[in-house]
Design a protein around this ligand. Structure first.
Ligand code: NAP
Length: 283
């Protein structure tokens, strides 16, 4: 944990209306810390603010609206004096084979999952840099490391989050700011339910690939193995660690599939190593 200015660190969480964001806000408050919970519909947070008074601030924030981003960060910094921990959690999935994707829906997916995350981060960084302390958690996904059929555009956004976060970690570490990329597997939230967007175009040729995975993704909703409350505890332990990890996988399926991904990458690179090395000028 970076040495914070206060024993009750101040968190700023996007997408706190449900799922992982809400569970994390509750875990932060349970520890006696403070949190600016942000949501497109801040009224979804009134039960939490009623219980925790001044330590819990509910703010309206749509990450795709730059004025709303500026206002929410300003209001949180004014209320609490600083933001110690930023959690870029807001995001949603899009079920569509690549060819089936609707251009506006594809762009909207990037607007929230990538450009929204960038907008919030750029607003919060000046304060963290000034104080030479902070911790940023970007919610990526196991799907930021591995890509499956039917969620290609979602994966593209999360792979982008991985790259942005890794670069950012190099830039801000010397300024006293930690960076952790969160990579959940399947968690029991609204992600595969009410939050999911699906392309209206369905191409029969993809029934066995994308089509099957669309159905599987929908059908797991409500029965995912991942528990948002336990994920929140895991995230807080990464925050409190002396040396926080750059990446934190969440849940057993994430660990298993990420390890398989590593093995497959190595096997691919090793099998083609001779050809790879043949591409340089002879020494
Ligand atoms: P969730 O319950 O659907 O929560 C998503 C949150 O993001 C909601 O609060 C939603 O707000 C918010 N959001 C969506 N678009 C937004 C926007 N433009 N501006 C501000 N907030 C916005 O799902 P979740 O699983 O907790 O998702 C949290 C993060 O975890 C996402 O980034 C997701 O991709 C990632 N993730 C989830 C899983 C999983 O299996 N659950 C796995 C890997 C990664 P509204 O209530 O207004 O819709």
């Amino acid at each position: 944990m970076t040495i914070m200015s206060s024993p009750t660190p101040i968190w700023f969480i996007t997408g706190a209306s449900s799922g992982l964001g809400r569970a994390l806000a509750e875990a932060v408050l349970t520890r006696g810390w403070r949190v600016a919970m942000t949501a497109r519909r801040p009224e979804t947070l009134t039960d939490i603010t009623a219980e925790h008074g001044d330590r819990a601030l509910a703010l309206a924030l749509d990450v795709t609206d730059s004025r709303s981003v500026a206002r929410a960060v300003h209001d949180a910094e004014t209320h609490f004096g600083a933001i110690d921990v930023l959690v870029n959690n807001a995001g949603y999935g899009y079920l569509s084979a690549i060819e089936e994707g609707d251009d506006a829906e594809i762009r909207a997916q990037f607007e929230t999952n990538v450009f929204g995350l960038i907008a919030v981060t750029k607003r919060v960084l000046p304060g963290m840099r000034r104080r030479r302390q902070g911790h940023i958690f970007n919610v990526s996904s196991l799907g930021g490391l591995v890509a499956f059929a039917a969620t290609g555009y979602y994966h593209a956004t999360k792979f982008a989050v991985e790259a942005l976060s890794e670069s950012l970690s190099h830039e801000v570490k010397p300024l006293g700011i930690d960076m952790t990329i969160l990579e959940p597997g399947a968690f029991r939230t609204d992600w595969a339910g009410r939050s999911m967007v699906e392309s209206s175009t369905i191409i029969e040729d993809y029934a066995e690939t994308s089509g099957k995975r669309r159905q599987a993704t929908r059908s797991i909703s409500g029965n995912q193995p991942g528990d948002p409350t336990r994920a929140a505890t895991a995230i807080i332990s990464a925050f409190e660690a002396d040396a926080p990890p750059l990446r934190l996988l969440l849940g057993a399926p994430a660990l298993k599939i990420a390890r398989e991904r590593l093995d497959a990458l190595r096997a691919n690179f090793d099998a083609w190593a001779e050809t790879t090395l043949s591409a340089d000028f002879p020494t």
